[in-house]
Design a protein around this ligand. Structure first.
Ligand code: SF4
Length: 490
């Protein structure tokens, strides 16, 4: 007999990148159609989903620990459905059922559309039958068959799951064909596939109608975007031009770029299209050619330098951020010093620095020994972080006395913390510390009325830290659900 005793409360925990945040938004939207409501506690939920990441070992450990704790929840509330979805589901598949036999669902990145049906299936059977939906392995047949098994999932949207009600992610491609030796993404997200530009433009229009003002186009290598529609080839530069004039959209960003595909037409589009923000995230990963070769990144430091020169020449004031891996297999002290030199030379706005962790199923794991001990990895990580922070602070100091435009996103982290410690008295406070991002992606904090959230403001910068510009409002534009523009001097 069908178990109808459940309460339609969904708890979803998301780890990893923006792609995962978007996937969670879409899964939640689909489950809302089935009558589910979100809850912030697994204790109140009858359906618990983990949207997972496989890029770092640490993220996987955390999920397995969380699953271990849920064994007891399942004993107390047998109607609870527990699912693991996303990258780890695609990578580990049956291993998840072996390590956590109380899991009901394992659904890979290419099968997310199946989730509502699979949850129904689990509930429909008195004797629980684990359900698995994953895509084909990348070595299991023709590229077309494998690509078909990874379906891009971009149906309904859920405003409650967005970073803010006026910011949204839009996926323009899935998968990756670069096969860097340390990376699991080509396995967990499948072959590179770009979505049709007309579909993307329609989604952007829909989001604008829902009040979204800033969109971030997502792709693992977003600037590798290529799609032929009605006989015309669209690259990322063409797509940016196509969506640029969408009414209601004021800001467009895109992440993450791949150095070798940073073409001049794209840089010119960033320069010439005023709504496209002057910010590029282009991971270098390492500053030593031998290591880049072992990583199979497909470029040398010299080629990356050439790209940086083209960026600086073509787009004045464009900020660039990077990712780095420290402690990759065979990384000597000299190689690490070359990475440090690269941080000094390229002066990134910020860098995401990771200690290398071997991932099963990658070429690096098969070919090379993970021979840099953890202490050394930690030390190199700290050294690079300190250097990057010093550079970020020096470059942020250049902004003191200048004005930047921000989209006001909400209270700053410290304002949120303070409100949690001591909730404000009844009524809305007249002024709190707010935060927004500049056009070059710097975090800016300033005092202002909370009703400014969702509007743009001009901020004069008076101070800074390595991560934040601090300033005060010069002018603001308020747009609360109407197209009325009210410039107010403060
Ligand atoms: S470009 Fe390399 S690091 Fe980036 S997703 Fe593809 S394989 Fe992974």
């Amino acid at each position: 007999m069908t178990d109808t005793s459940h309460n339609h409360r969904l708890y979803i925990e998301t780890v990893g990148c923006q792609m995962n945040m978007l996937d969670s938004e879409l899964v939640v939207a689909a489950l809302r159609q089935e009558g589910y409501e979100l809850t912030d506690s697994p204790k109140k939920a009858d359906t618990i989903l983990f949207n997972t990441c496989s890029v770092r070992e640490h993220a996987e450990h955390k999920i397995y620990s969380a699953l271990g704790r849920l064994k007891y929840v399942r004993r107390r509330r047998p109607q609870t459905v527990i699912g693991v979805i996303g990258c780890m589901a695609q990578k580990d598949q049956d291993l998840i059922f072996r390590r956590a036999p109380h899991v009901d669902l394992v659904v890979g990145t290419g099968q997310l559309a199946e989730i509502p049906r699979l949850i129904r299936e689990v509930r429909a059977r008195p004797q629980r039958q684990p359900q698995k939906a994953v895509s084909l392995d990348r070595t299991s047949g023709s590229v077309t068959r494998i690509a078909d098994s990874f379906r891009s999932y971009d149906p309904l949207r859920d405003p409650d799951m967005r970073p803010t009600p006026f910011q949204a992610f839009v996926r323009i491609m899935i998968g990756c064909d670069k096969f860097c030796t340390y990376c699991v993404v080509p396995t967990t997200r499948g072959p590179e596939q770009s979505r049709p530009p007309s579909q993307i433009a329609q989604e952007v229009r829909l989001l604008a109608e829902q009040g979204v003002r800033e969109i971030t186009l997502l792709g693992q290598t977003v600037n590798s975007y290529r799609h032929t529609e009605n006989g015309r080839l669209y690259r990322l530069s063409d797509l940016l031009a196509m969506i640029h004039d969408t009414d209601g959209i004021d800001r467009i960003r895109f992440v993450t770029s791949y150095p070798r595909d940073m073409s001049d037409d794209l840089l010119q589009a960033v320069r010439d299209l005023p709504k496209v923000m002057r910010y590029l995230h282009v991971p270098l990963q390492h500053g030593c050619n031998d290591v880049l070769k072992r990583m199979k990144r497909g470029y040398t430091v010299e080629q990356y330098r050439d790209m940086m020169h083209r960026i600086r020449d073509l787009i004045p004031h464009c900020s660039v951020s990077s990712d780095f891996i420290v402690g990759f297999c065979g990384e000597t002290e000299q190689a690490h010093e070359k990475s440090m030199d690269a941080v000094r030379e390229f002066r990134f706005k910020n860098s995401f620095i990771f200690k290398y962790s071997a991932r099963s199923g990658t070429r690096a794991d098969e070919l090379f020994e993970d021979d840099v001990d953890d202490r050394t990895k930690r030390r190199r990580n700290v050294e690079m972080l300190e250097l990057q922070n010093q550079i970020s602070e020096e470059d942020n100091a250049e902004f003191i006395g200048r004005r930047v435009q921000v989209l006001v996103e909400g209270p700053s982290k410290s304002a949120e913390k303070a409100a949690r410690r001591q909730p404000p008295p009844t009524g809305r406070p007249l002024s709190v510390q707010l935060m927004g991002r500049s056009e070059c992606d710097r975090i800016v904090v300033f005092d202002g009325n909370p009703r400014l959230v969702g509007s743009t403001a001009e901020i004069e910068v008076s101070d800074c830290t390595g991560t934040t510009l601090i300033g005060s409002i010069v002018t603001r534009e308020v747009r609360h659900g109407s197209s009325e523009l009210l410039p107010i001097l403060s």
